[in-house]
Design a protein around this ligand. Structure first.
Ligand code: PEP
Length: 249
C-alpha cells in the first residue's frame, strides 16, 4: 500500500503569538500547490484557537501536543481532548518523550489518553523511542515493544489514520539524527508489531513517522526508507524556510 507522507511540526513551548501567526501564514502560503502529502502543525495550547481561524480553507491539520485523559472535571491546569476538538484540532501528540521523561508520564496514563482520543475522534500521534543508554545496552527493541504494548496492548483495533512516531530520545534536539537504516530497522519492527497485533491491513495503512533532528539536509534519505512514512519535526519546524524545505523534500 502506498501511504501518503505526513510532515508534522511540533512547536513545543516556543514562539510568541505574533510569531506563531506569521509562521502559520508562511506555511499555509508555501504549500498551496502541494497535493500529494499531508502537513500538520502542533502549536502550544493558547495559539490553537487563533490558528484555527487562520487555517480555514487550508489543508493543514492542527494538532495539540498533549491532552488529559478525562473529558472534563477538576484537573487544574489540564486541557481535555473535547476542548481540543472544539478549537479545531484533528490530532493530538501523545506520549512525547519530553512528557514521559520530564513530566513522568506513565504507560498507563498514555494508554488512557489514547483511549479517550480515539473515543472522541481525535487522531493520536503516539510517540515511542529509546534513550541513549537503552540503545547502547541493546535494549532498543524491548523498550519500543513495551511502550507499544503499554499504550496499545489493550486495544482490539485502531483506525487506519492512527499515527506512530519513532523518536529516539538521543536524537531529539541534539542535532544527532538516527541514520536512515537505524530508523528503518525500528520502523519495520513497529510495523511488524502492528501486523501481529492488528493484522496485515492495519500494518500497511498506519503511518510511522521518524522524529529526531530532522532537517532539510537529511529528510530525503530518511524518506527513501520503505517504512518511514513521514517525519515529526521539532526545531526545524519553527522557521518556515526550513519547514517548507522539509515539506518539499
Ligand atoms: C521532537 O521533539 O518531536 C523532535 C523531533 O525534535 P527535534 O526535531 O528538534 O529533534
Amino acid at each position: 500500500m502506498q501511504r501518503r507522507a505526513l510532515i508534522a511540526g511540533n512547536w513545543k513551548m516556543n514562539l510568541s503569538l505574533k510569531e506563531a501567526i506569521s509562521l502559520t501564514k508562511e506555511i499555509a502560503n508555501g504549500i498551496l500547490d502541494i497535493e500529494d502529502r499531508d502537513i500538520l502543525i502542533a502549536p502550544p495550547f493558547p495559539y490553537l484557537y487563533p490558528i484555527t481561524q487562520l487555517l480555514k480553507g487550508s489543508k493543514i491539520y492542527l494538532s495539540a501536543q498533549n491532552m488529559h485523559w478525562e473529558r472534563e472535571g477538576a484537573f487544574t491546569g489540564e486541557v481535555s481532548g473535547l476542548m481540543l476538538k472544539d478549537v479545531g484540532c484533528t490530532h493530538v501528540i501523545i506520549g512525547h518523550s519530553e512528557r514521559r521523561i520530564i513530566f513522568q508520564e506513565t504507560d498507563e496514563q498514555i494508554a488512557r489518553k489514547i483511549n479517550t482520543a480515539l473515543e472522541i475522534g481525535l487522531c493520536p500521534i503516539l510517540c515511542v523511542g529509546e534513550k541513549l543508554e537503552e540503545r547502547e545496552s541493546a535494549q532498543t527493541f524491548s523498550v519500543i515493544k513495551s511502550q507499544l504494548e503499554g499504550a496499545l496492548g489493550h486495544l482490539r483495533s485502531v483506525p487506519d489514520s492512527f499515527v506512530i512516531a519513532y523518536e529516539p530520545v538521543w536524537a531529539i534536539g541534539t542535532g544527532r539524527t538516527a541514520t536512515p537504516s537505524q530508523a528503518q530497522e525500528v520502523h519495520s519492527f513497529i510495523r511488524e508489531w502492528i501486523r501481529k497485533k492488528f493484522g496485515e491491513e492495519k500494518s500497511s495503512a498506519i503511518r510511522i513517522l521518524y522524529g529526531g533532528s530532522v532537517k532539510p539536509e537529511n529528510i530525503r534519505d530518511l524518506m527513501s526508507e520503505k517504512d518511514i512514512d513521514g517525519v515529526l519535526v521539532g526545531g526545524a519546524s519553527l522557521k518556515s524556510e526550513s519547514f517548507l524545505k522539509i515539506i518539499r523534500f
